[in-house]
Design a protein around this ligand. Structure first.
Ligand code: NOJ
Length: 754
């Protein structure tokens, strides 16, 4: 009651100020527009009724039929009445033109529709999963991959992709780690920016696809690695680990953001005003619009921070969410909320302004059909050049984890047994979130091997099956009946290549696994093949780090190929036969066991660091602390040495720079590329600092025997960190600067910041 009284008093005061401050007849001041597009936006806005405004804040899916997209009658009517201004999941130039025609010919306002789609790692030509691409550490290749995806998607009538996914993830149980860039903030930020640039290209051109930085924020920190689960973390962690990739995308020009499903410290992201308005818009200067992740407004009722969907909608729009994806909350309740004064007209108008502005930026008001060009679609989508680029990206993504006795590369004149449930699979190679990708158009590993080595004798046996659908996971063991044939052909061969891993659907959204070992009886198959005494080359096709301790121990060679995309079989064969010398490095730690998770390289030292001779130190009784394969690790068919590490000065000031240099030498007898990494440790901080943080890297091509001096320059900003008051600054003191070819194999030089 007290509050109500106060509110009325405030309203009287405000209205009296308005009455006394301005004569009722005074003309409204003409707004000054810095950007001419804003004037255009306002001239459209001025003519819109409330239903049409809410329509611009509404995004509905088209229905997807087996024969292609067909829009549900209800949605077509919503477009017609102006109550739905944006559509996702509809694609192909022809089909989207038909939908656009409804908006342009049958609506009162003739505002073009915006078409969105999850183009995550390719539209039709599917590139490796994002986690795989991240293993290339190659920003040029990653940007190119996103550019090609955008060229194909835009030719198929699309304006907007729900990518890049920027969620730092340190938990391989979480199925969505497949869609991100792994565990590291620096690498993840560079990749996010590269993807944003790649998708968007030149905004306004016919091949530009608007990026959507998602999922804002900290979705990858879900407790227990379970999708959609609670996130509870300190402000310092949020700022230091989870926010930087998003900031990098704002700086790279990302024009839209998507909220995440999770709550952070009790507040669902979709209602998180400090996050969406204070940080994203005000602090970072983001000018685009914010969309929900699917029904994340509605889901607040389950979260328990609102009583009903109407209140959820009010909280969302007041927090800064402009567009409701599929939830129909704005559609159903926003009018009422406005009438009740729970949401202001200005809030709605500003949200509509942002959506209209994007449509103007894309040039849709001038030519709503500019992305619906069937000729271009035929020419661009799935072109030979795009497939070639996908093959190149896939090769760059492959990480060689083990290679005893230089078993790899294989000779092309040998007898090779190709075994495993994924050896002849096509559909699995494109992984999850594979857009309009067609599994049948994929090159399987078996096909790739046969093509690459026509003079080899190739024998094939599946060996065992792999679960085919979700309910069967972890059910009673699959049959081992196929082992006998696999063993028989292996005995006749010089070497066996075993393709194992996960099915595409085993990673991605809602695809978490509490057990991250090889599913089914695949490990048993490998161990049986090892008993033949023949070299066993394991090719892993998977979307997350797996725990494979026995395989790591017993297999002769291991090639991590991720889900490599449409050209996967060719790319893996290029590596197996040495037509391409692998250079990928892990973007995410491979644990020995799920029990070590979360396990990541930039951990803290603790007060009782590991000491094998002291029980009361930080360790497990039944397992090492160390990972199976650390972040940054990956072998080549050649070897590299890091020598003569030095800093240009032992001490430097706050406005100074420091340059460290070292000699990188190719010590083997093949040309090869090395990803040289630089890590930093702040030895004493006012709050504790990680043991290592990646700050620079460079991919260097060296001929056999060649060496090069590599230099990295750091500023104090590279040494700065967030303090509890969220100020980011460096502190004076000693720093270890480490360089090497993996996070666990480094050489160190100590410098002092004064
Ligand atoms: C839900 C997913 O979390 C999000 O990543 C995706 O973009 C939307 N669905 C739309 O498909």
């Amino acid at each position: 009651m007290k509050n109500k009284g106060l509110n009325i008093l405030m309203m009287l005061l405000i209205s009296s100020i308005t009455v006394f401050g301005q004569s009722p007849k005074a003309k409204k001041p003409t707004p000054q527009y810095k950007d001419p597009l804003d004037r255009k936006v306002d001239s459209v806005l001025a003519k819109m009724n409330l239903d049409e405004k809410i329509g611009q804040l509404t995004l509905f899916t088209s229905d997807w039929d087996v024969t292609g997209p067909t829009i549900r009658k209800g949605y077509a009517d919503d477009i017609r009445s102006g109550k739905c201004g944006n559509i996702f999941n509809a694609h192909t130039a022809d089909y989207n033109r038909k939908l656009q025609e409804i908006a342009m010919k049958e609506t009162r306002m003739k505002i073009p529709l915006l078409f969105g789609y999850d183009v995550i790692h390719g539209y039709k030509t599917i590139f490796p999963i994002p986690l795989g691409e991240a293993a290339s550490w190659d920003m040029t290749a990653i940007e190119r991959s996103a550019r090609i995806a955008a060229e194909e998607a835009s030719a198929a009538g699309l304006h907007w992709t729900f990518a890049p996914m920027l969620d730092i993830s340190r938990d391989p149980r979480w199925g969505r780690c497949t869609e991100g860039s792994g565990e590291d903030v620096y690498l993840g930020s560079l990749i996010g920016a590269a993807r944003t640039r790649g998708f968007q290209g030149k905004i306004g051109s016919t091949s530009s696809v608007v990026a959507c930085a998602k999922h804002f924020a900290a979705y990858g920190a879900a407790q227990a690695g379970r999708d959609y689960h609670t996130v509870d973390l300190s402000d310092v962690s949020l700022w230091e680990t989870y926010l930087p990739p998003f900031k990098a995308c704002v700086d790279a020009g990302a024009l839209t953001f998507m909220t995440s499903f999770n709550e952070i410290n009790g507040v669902p992201s979709t209602a998180n005003k400090p996050l969406l308005t204070d940080i994203l818009r005000k602090k970072w200067g983001f000018k685009g619009f914010i969309v929900t992740d699917y029904t994340s407004i509605n889901e607040m009722v389950n979260h328990g921070n609102v009583a009903d969907e109407k209140e959820a909608g009010e909280k969302s729009i007041n927090a800064g969410v402009d567009m409701d994806l599929q939830g129909a909350v704005y559609y159903n309740y926003l009018k009422k909320s406005l009438a009740e004064g729970k949401v202001s007209q200005l809030t709605v108008d500003n949200a509509v302004r942002r959506v209209l502005k994007l449509k103007f930026q894309l040039g849709l008001f001038d030519n709503p059909y500019k992305f619906s060009d069937t000729e271009r679609e035929k020419r661009v989508v799935f072109s030979k050049e795009n497939r070639e680029a996908a093959r190149d990206m896939a090769r760059k993504s492959i990480v060689l984890l083990k290679n005893d006795n230089m078993t790899l590369p294989l000779s092309k004149n040998k007898t090779i047994a190709v075994v495993g449930p994924l050896a002849d699979s096509k559909i699995d190679l494109i992984g999850s979130w594979s857009g309009a990708g067609d599994g049948n158009a994929c090159v399987s590993l078996l096909e790739g091997i046969k093509k690459a080595a026509p003079s080899a004798t190739i024998m094939h046996a599946q060996g065992c099956d792999l679960e085919n659908n979700f309910p069967s996971m972890n059910q009673p063991k699959l049959s081992m009946d196929g082992f006998a044939e696999a063993i028989r052909i292996t005995k006749q061969a010089d070497v066996v290549v075993v393709a194992v891993g996960e099915r595409g659907w085993m990673t991605g959204e809602a695809a978490c696994r509490a057990d991250i070992t090889l599913p089914g009886v695949q490990k048993d198959l490998i161990l049986e093949l090892v008993k033949t005494g023949k070299p066993v080359v394991v090719v892993l096709l998977n979307g997350r780090p797996l725990a494979i301790p026995e395989v790591a121990d017993k297999a002769t060679a291991i090639v991590e190929a991720w889900f490599p995309g449409t050209e996967g079989g060719n790319a893996v064969a290029d590596v197996l036969f040495g037509d391409y010398n692998p250079s990928g490095k892990l973007p995410m730690t491979f644990p020995r066991s799920v029990g070590q998770v979360p396990l990541f390289y930039c951990e803290k030292n603790t007060g009782r660091p590991f000491d094998a001779n002291n029980k009361y130190t930080s360790k497990y009784m039944d397992m090492a602390n160390t990972p199976q394969y650390p972040f940054g690790f990956g072998l080549s068919y050649t070897t590299f040495s890091y020598e003569n590490l030095s800093a240009d000065k032992p001490m430097f000031g706050f406005n100074d720079k420091i340059t460290v240099s070292f000699t990188l030498k190719n010590t083997g007898n093949r040309d090869g590329e090395e990803i040289a990494q630089l890590y930093v440790r702040d030895l004493v901080g006012s709050i504790t600092r990680p043991l290592k943080e990646l700050k620079r890297f460079q991919k260097v091509l060296l001929k056999a025997g060649e060496s090069k001096v590599i230099s990295f320059t750091l500023t104090t900003d590279d040494l700065a960190f967030y303090h509890p008051n969220l100020e980011k600054k460096a502190e004076a003191g000693d720093f270890d600067i480490m360089v090497g070819g993996s996070s666990d194999a480094v050489k160190t030089v100590r410098v002092t910041l004064k």
